[in-house]
Design a binder for this molecule. Structure first.
Ligand SMILES: Nc1ncnc2c1ncn2[C@@H]1O[C@H](COP(=O)(O)OP(=O)(O)OP(=O)(O)O)[C@@H](O)[C@H]1O
Ligand SMILES: [Mg+2]
Length: 219
């Protein structure tokens, strides 16, 4: 029986706009298990990014309980939340946010350098990650010299270099054409399944969502 690593109990979240409260997520419950692919689907504005930000400790819910790795978030102080975000969660976004003046391998190295690794170790690890993503012959390219799909694969390599338990991906293929989307997704899903990483991915692409183990549908 796979381990439950994230549990959401009655999560609600509203935004205040012009003096009134706009509910975005209402009483959401979900159980997310280790090594599974969870697709977050729903129309634009339904709260997919909001939910990912709450799970990724970038934003907070207004009410409800979140259990991360068996601990209630309410009992995890800010310092520990920062460590969880850094060490256990990898993020991939629709636009890759790569540093334009840095090569592919330098971009992937950055999280390890920030952790205090020396350059050589970080470089070796970054190469391994880029190799997993099929980019061993593109490591010295600047982002502008890579295709959109290759740039997203670099962004995924950067997200996996700290060996996260969970990857949170917000429309990671949203800017790509159909074939490139499938290609990038295949790299991502092969890696997460092989490493028992949990993938929580918001997507408008129902074909990709249909491959998930579980769907969270927002309305
Ligand atoms: N900081 C904010 N302040 C006020 N309202 C916000 C804020 N962030 C998001 N919203 C609103 O919350 C709702 C949900 O936004 P969210 O970005 O989560 O939707 P989404 O499902 O990710 O949409 P998309 O598919 O377009 O990415 C939207 O109506 C949005 O306008
Ligand atoms: Mg969104």
């Amino acid at each position: 029986m796979p381990e439950t690593i994230i549990k959401l109990e009655n999560i609600s979240k509203s935004y205040s706009q012009g003096g009134s409260l706009i509910p975005v997520i209402e009483n959401l419950n979900a159980t997310i298990q280790e090594g599974k692919f969870i697709a977050v689907i729903g129309p634009s504005g339904s709260g997919k990014s909001t939910l990912l930000n709450v799970i990724g400790l970038i934003d907070t819910a207004d009410s409800g309980d979140i259990f991360l790795f068996n601990e209630n978030l309410k009992n995890i102080n800010d310092a520990k939340q920062n460590l969880i975000r850094r060490d256990k969660i990898g993020f991939v976004y629709q636009s890759n946010n790569l540093f334009s003046d840095f090569t592919a391998i330098e971009n992937v190295t950055i999280p390890r350098i920030l952790l205090g690794d020396n350059k050589k170790d970080a470089h070796e690890l970054a190469f391994k990650c880029l190799d997993i993503l099929g980019l061993s012959d593109r490591i010295n390219h600047l982002p502008k010299d890579l295709s959109g799909g290759e740039q997203q694969r670099v962004a995924i390599a950067r997200a996996i270099i700290n060996e996260p338990k969970v990857i949170i991906a917000d429309e990671p293929t949203g800017n790509l054409d159909k074939n490139t989307s499938n290609d990038v997704f295949e790299y991502l899903i092969d890696f997460v399944y092989s490493q028992k990483i949990t993938l929580i991915m918001a997507t408008h692409n129902l074909e990709l969502a249909s491959k998930s183990d579980h769907q969270i549908k927002l309305v």
